[in-house]
Write a protein that binds this ligand. Structure first.
Ligand code: SF4
Length: 890
């Protein structure tokens, strides 16, 4: 690119061809005020505040849209520029209400700041009456369009950053305003309330709807979103020990930049829910009673040790948390293994976890993403299969849509439902239910037949192509088409698109691995990624904020921290030496097996950290009955959850905003949490509670703290060898980061190791229950809900948009059954039944009914699924079941 030199305010400044005058001035440290400009948005040039004077022609130019050219002589602050800029701002103020004192934006209003900068005092212009009234029907965003200066930032945020298309300009001239189609309220539009428009609005036209008690933030504290595994960076606004607002973190290189989704932006009000646990509780004579921390901690240690002494270590089980920090999870598994001598340790729910790390191995980051989420935007071909990122990982969805809309990427979407990604897809494939595996084999077949993919690279870097070719022999395109229901020409076209669109990315979710033949489908997809060069952009979508960290920290029944196998003698010796005692050798029980063990009396005591199995495990009511049989149950959580109700001891923990620590997102990015609020009541950070217990068990000395935990992690977990809170205070780090001089690797590479193709026929997963009805019920995620009852379910704002007990069905199926919108229906699976209100959804194919997992569903929504589990060990349970459906009286 050519270098161009321009004279700005008498100073010669050089930049690259294509830059605007505003870019160049800013690079040279020359301030030009702006209102409609934002570096994350395309140039717009509507507010004219950035006017500069071209001294040669005398023209006034909007610097944000004027490209530089050689020899320009520009003034940014000539008397003429300042006078015109002043008039521009005065004209805006003429129609702006004089309500600054009451405006939520306060001193942060950019219009007010620029007016002050230009010395505008009392307005001499005639005031135009312009009061439209505030609109605050929805629970998140307040709109006062009388303060709108038509900068278009909200519209551009909506269309360019999150690519929803919910708003645009309505009317022209004085009547112009940003609005939804036909000026409907936001809640009846495509708006997902991500709040990006609020973040970018320079005035008080858009603000967060908030209760008056909160006040203004006096501090902004860096943190991480507590919801999904994207790991969005947040700034928590704090005042007097309370969180009063959330903004996107805007850290350089963050995954989310200026965007968030509705959960991250507005779902934080659970922190101050009046239902938070205030003090420890222990059960005495059948009743839960308040007690001191000393009493509770002694009680817990006595209870756990009692079970160990009476029955043995393996009669205990430890369920860790995919929401707690790395430090907490590390200490939790150490407590289980060293303090109580068992490998019965796992995390999360069998319905939401990723498959066991063993199904991925080190070359695939043990199930993490192999590249930053931002790389999706650079892909030319994208395959999304078994995932609905719009609901489960919105930042991933933003990147996919931006890649398609602005970079011309080809999206191949495999989904039985008509999701919001369908309009962005080049090809939308709806294979027969449970036949993803066959479809992927068809794609493999077409690629092998046509010699697509970079064969030289494969020969050099991947072992086992001959074996794959041999194994693929029985699977021709006719077979794949017959099995999947997708025409063989379509399969062939998709294979060609994927192979030709380089770089290619693959995004997959639980719909893939929780389907029939889930393991084989996952292995086949990994083979496909190797063939078309998408291994370097492979994105399994985990669901929880620190599910990745819990896995990394060894909260797994068969891996020590850092995916060091229990069977690896050298690794075991290293841990035994550091921890000063022999470790249990036998692999432990996973989360599902723990509950089955409790059912059969082989587990007598459990410690559950930040999880709520009664609500989030399949067969919730049976889980409740099973946990009630335990001799001793400890629950550590923020709320008195359904599971906590069964416990002998309940330990109140701090929320993410009240503690410090680290979390690891699905892209292996480790980030720091800092406390922004005071602990609620007597609650303590989880790590503090665990340290107290570890000290009582003699596995931690006095004064043991997170610092010691990090020393251990650095010494014992090579992937985290160079990660420390001190470094994270300066920058995010992605593992592997083996020593303090290493920068971390956002792109996963396994030096010296050759990749390998996987066997096609992995151990089978039945994956499907016996058919007992004509409909397949699919449980799915909802944008407004996540987890098991301690975050979104306690967010008053998110709960507004969740409709409990809605079952979706295609209009055709409903009409055949003689049912209509809103009627009550009973759904039966085996012995289990539940009732719902019916909602018609034209995006569903015949035979499939959909149940969005809701935050305020009464009882366990997963009662329709059976326990014990049906899938193979270490693989999440299938989240579908065949059902009968019949109308019942309201
Ligand atoms: Fe980001 Fe996920 Fe949080 Fe939404 S829920 S703000 S996408 S981390």
């Amino acid at each position: 690119m050519n270098t161009v030199t321009v004279t700005i305010n008498g100073q010669n400044v050089s930049g690259q061809e294509g830059m605007t005058l505003l870019d160049l001035a800013r690079e040279a440290g020359i301030r030009i005020p702006t209102l409609c400009y934002d570096p994350h948005l395309g140039p717009y040039g509507s507010c004219r505040v950035c006017l500069v004077e071209d001294n040669k022609s005398g023209a006034l130019l909007a610097s944000c849209v004027t490209p530089i050219s050689a020899g320009m002589v520009i003034s940014t602050d000539s008397p003429r520029v300042l006078e015109t800029r002043k008039i521009v701002v005065q004209l805006m103020l003429a129609s702006h209400p004089e309500s600054c004192l009451l405006c939520d934006k306060g001193n942060l209003c950019q219009l007010r700041q620029i007016a002050a900068e230009l010395g505008i005092g009392a307005l001499e212009l005639y005031k135009l009456p312009n009061y439209t009234g505030t609109q605050e029907v929805n629970p998140f965003i307040r709109r006062d369009l009388s303060k709108c200066i038509l900068c278009g930032k909200c519209i551009r945020a909506d269309q360019e950053l999150v690519v929803e298309g919910a708003i645009d300009y309505l009317h022209r001239g004085f009547d112009a305003k940003p609005a939804t189609l036909e000026d409907q309220p936001l809640e009846r539009s495509e708006c997902t309330f991500c709040g990006t428009c609020v973040t970018l609005c320079p005035t008080g036209a858009l603000s967060e709807k908030e209760p008056l008690w909160r006040g203004t933030a006096s501090q902004r504290i860096s943190s991480v979103c507590p919801y999904c595994a994207c790991g969005c960076s947040l700034l928590l606004g704090a005042s007097e020990g309370k969180v009063v607002g959330v903004k996107p973190g805007e850290k350089p290189g963050s995954v989310n930049s200026l965007t968030l989704c509705v959960k991250g932006h507005y779902g934080w009000d659970f922190i101050h829910s009046p239902e938070r646990l205030q003090s420890p509780l222990i059960r005495k004579n059948g009743n839960l009673v308040v007690c001191s921390w000393e009493e509770a901690l002694d009680f817990v240690v006595r209870g756990l040790k009692g079970i160990q002494g009476q029955h043995g270590s393996d009669f205990l089980a430890f369920l860790g948390s995919s929401k707690c920090t790395n430090e907490e999870n590390y200490l939790f598994q150490k407590l289980a293994r060293v303090g109580l001598g068992t490998n019965n340790v796992d995390h999360g729910s069998p319905l939401t976890n990723l498959p066991s790390p063993e199904y991925f191995g080190p070359e695939w980051g043990w199930g993490s993403m192999t590249a930053p989420i931002g790389e999706i935007e650079k892909a030319k071909g994208i395959l999304v299969i078994g995932a609905n990122p719009e609901e489960t990982a919105p930042i991933v969805a933003y990147k996919i849509k931006r890649a398609v809309r602005f970079k011309g990427a080809s999206l191949i979407l495999v989904d039985p439902r008509k999701t919001k990604l369908v309009p962005f897809s080049k090809v939308w494939l709806e294979p027969r239910w449970g036949r993803d595996w066959a479809l992927i084999l068809g794609l493999l077949r077409a690629i092998l037949d046509e010699g697509l993919g970079d064969r030289d690279w494969i020969q050099k870097n991947v072992a086992g192509l001959e074996a794959l070719v041999e194994e693929m022999k029985p699977f021709n395109l006719d077979w794949a088409a017959g099995e999947s229901g997708i025409g063989k020409e379509v399969i062939r076209d998709c294979a060609r698109i994927l192979a030709a669109s380089q770089p290619a990315a693959m995004i997959m979710g639980s719909g893939l691995w929780q389907g029939p033949r889930g393991i084989s489908a996952l292995s086949a997809l990994m083979n496909l990624a190797l063939l078309i060069g998408a291994r370097d952009r492979f994105y399994p979508l985990g669901k929880e904020s620190n599910g990745q960290g819990a896995r990394d920290m060894g909260v797994l029944p068969d891996f020590l921290p850092g995916y060091q196998n229990l069977d690896d003698g050298e690794a075991r010796r290293k841990f035994e030496e550091a921890w000063g005692q022999p470790l249990p050798r036998q692999k432990g029980l996973d989360a599902g097996e723990m509950i089955m063990g409790a059912e059969k009396g082989r587990i007598r005591g459990m410690y559950i950290l930040g999880e709520n199995p009664v609500r989030s495990f399949p067969g919730g009511s049976s889980v409740r009955e099973t946990l009630a049989k335990l001799d001793f149950l400890v629950v550590q959580d923020l709320f008195l959850t359904e599971t906590a109700h069964l416990a002998q001891a309940i330990l109140p923990a701090c929320s993410f905003a009240e503690k410090e620590g680290t979390m690891t997102s699905a892209e292996r990015r480790v980030q720091l949490l800092k406390p922004a609020g005071q602990p609620t009541g007597l609650s303590l950070p989880d790590v503090k509670i665990l340290v107290e217990i570890a000290q009582r068990m003699g596995i931690a000395g006095k004064g043991f703290s997170s610092r010691e935990i990090w020393k251990e992690i650095n010494g014992l977990v090579p992937l985290y060898g160079g990660i420390s809170p001190e470094r994270l205070d300066r920058e995010d780090l992605s593992w592997p980061c083996r020593n303090m001089n290493e920068p971390g690797f956002p792109f996963l590479s396994v030096p010296g190791e050759k990749l390998k193709f996987w066997g096609l026929l992995q151990p089978g997963s039945k994956g499907e229950r016996e058919a007992n009805g004509r409909f397949r019920l699919l449980f799915g995620s909802s944008l407004y809900h996540a987890g098991s009852g301690s975050r979104s379910s306690r967010s008053a704002r998110l709960s507004h948009l969740v409709h409990p007990g809605i079952l979706k069905i295609s209009p055709g199926d409903a009409s055949q059954l003689g049912m209509e919108e809103g009627c009550r229906v009973k759904v039966t699976s085996g012995e289990r039944e539940m009732t719902f209100s019916l909602s018609l959804d034209s995006g569903l194919p015949p035979g499939l009914i959909f149940l969005p997992v809701s935050s305020i569903m009464q009882g366990s929504i997963f009662d329709l699924l059976a326990f014990p589990r049906e899938g193979p060990r270490g693989f999440p349970n299938p989240k579908t079941v065949e059902v009968r459906i019949e109308r019942v009286e309201a």
